[in-house]
Design a protein around this ligand. Structure first.
Ligand SMILES: NC(=O)c1ccc[n+]([C@@H]2O[C@H](COP(=O)([O-])OP(=O)(O)OC[C@H]3O[C@@H](n4cnc5c(N)ncnc54)[C@H](O)[C@@H]3O)[C@@H](O)[C@H]2O)c1
Length: 242
C-alpha cells in the first residue's frame, strides 16, 4: 500500500544520521523511495544494504567528530530535512567514560549537527529537523542512566531548537518510538525474561517496525505538517500510557 505519493520528496535533499541501520536505514529508504536524494551518515556503512535504484549515498562518519561534521555539511548548499537518528546505549552506563560517550552521541552531536545544518536548511522552502526521543525521555532506567538522560534532554533540545530556528522557518520535531525491532534492542531480545516482560506490557503485543517510525518521519517532513513545530510524536503502540 502506498501511503505517500512516490514523488512527494522529489528534488529534496535529506540527511539522515544513523542512516546505516535500524530506524535511520528505514527512514533513508522511505525518503529515497519517495524521490529524495539521501545522505545516510553513520558507522559500518559497508554493512548497510538498501534496495537497488535509490539515490542513497552513505558516508562513514562518527557524529561526535566535529571536524568530519564540519567538512560534510560545508559541501551541502541546501538541505530540506535533517533526521538525527544516530544513537547508542551501553550496559556500562554507570561508568563515567561510557556515560559521557552516550551523551556525546545521543545528545551533543544532535545539538551540534543541527546548529551546523541550520544554514543549509534555511534555504529550503519547507525545512525541518526531526530528532529521536524515546520512552526513556520519561521513564527512568536503572541500567541506562545516560541513555534516559540523553533522551529526556532531546525533548528539551527539540523545544529549544524549535524556538531558536523558528525565524528561519525551520521546524524542529521529534518522534518518540516505543520498542522497535532493530539491532539496538537485540541484547534485550536475547534475554527471554526481559523480552517476555516487554511483550506482556505491550498493549499491541508486538514490537514496532522501523518502517512504522519512518512513515511518521515522512509526515513530519512533509507539507502536511507545515504548522507542526516543537512537538514530540509518540510511535509506541500505546506502551507509554499502559
Ligand atoms: N529501537 C528502539 O526500540 C528505539 C526506541 C526508541 C528510540 N530509539 C532511537 O532510535 C535511534 C536509532 O536507533 P535504532 O534502534 O535504529 O538502532 P541501530 O543500532 O539499529 O542504529 C543506530 C545507528 O546509529 C549509528 N551510530 C551509532 N553511534 C554513532 C556514532 N558515534 N556516529 C555515527 N553514527 C552512529 C549507527 O551506525 C546506526 O546507523 C536511536 O537514537 C535510538 O536511541 C530506538
Amino acid at each position: 500500500m502506498e501511503i505517500f505519493n512516490t514523488t512527494i520528496f522529489k528534488n529534496k535533499i535529506v540527511v539522515v544520521t544513523g542512516g546505516t541501520s535500524g530506524i535511520g536505514q528505514a527512514v533513508s529508504i522511505a525518503f529515497a523511495q519517495k524521490g529524495a536524494k539521501v545522505w545516510a551518515l553513520g558507522l559500518q556503512t559497508d554493512k548497510a544494504v538498501y534496495p537497488a535504484g535509490l539515490d542513497i549515498e552513505t558516508v562513514e562518519m562518527d557524529v561526535t567528530d566535529k571536524t568530519a561534521v564540519d567538512q560534510f555539511f560545508s559541501k551541502l548548499d541546501r538541505i530540506d530535512t535533517l533526521f538525527n537518528g544516530a544513537g547508542m546505549g551501553s550496559i556500562s552506563e554507570h561508568e563515567l567514560d561510557t556515560y559521557r560517550k552516550v551523551l556525546e552521541v545521543n545528545l551533543t552531536s544532535v545539538f551540534y549537527i543541527s546548529e551546523v545544518a541550520a544554514k543549509a536548511l534555511a534555504k529550503s522552502d519547507n525545512p525541518s529537523i526531526i530528532n529521536v526521543s524515546s520512552l526513556y525521555a520519561n521513564f527512568g532506567s536503572a541500567i541506562a542512566p545516560a541513555y534516559s538522560c540523553s533522551k529526556g534532554a532531546i525533548d528539551q533540545l527539540t523545544f529549544s531548537h524549535a524556538l531558536s530556528f523558528a525565524e528561519a522557518k525551520i521546524r524542529v520535531n521529534a518522534v518518540a518510538p516505543g520498542w522497535i525491532d532493530t539491532p539496538l534492542i537485540q541484547p534485550l531480545k536475547d534475554i527471554p525474561e526481559v523480552f517476555n516482560g516487554i511483550m506482556q506490557r505491550s498493549p499491541m503485543s508486538r514490537l514496532g517496525k522501523p518502517e512504522e517510525v519512518a512513515n511518521v518521519v515522512l509526515f513530519l517532513a512533509s507539507d502536511a505538517a507545515s504548522f507542526i513545530n516543537g512537538t514530540i510524536v509518540k510511535v509506541d503502540g500505546a506502551y507509554s500510557i499502559f
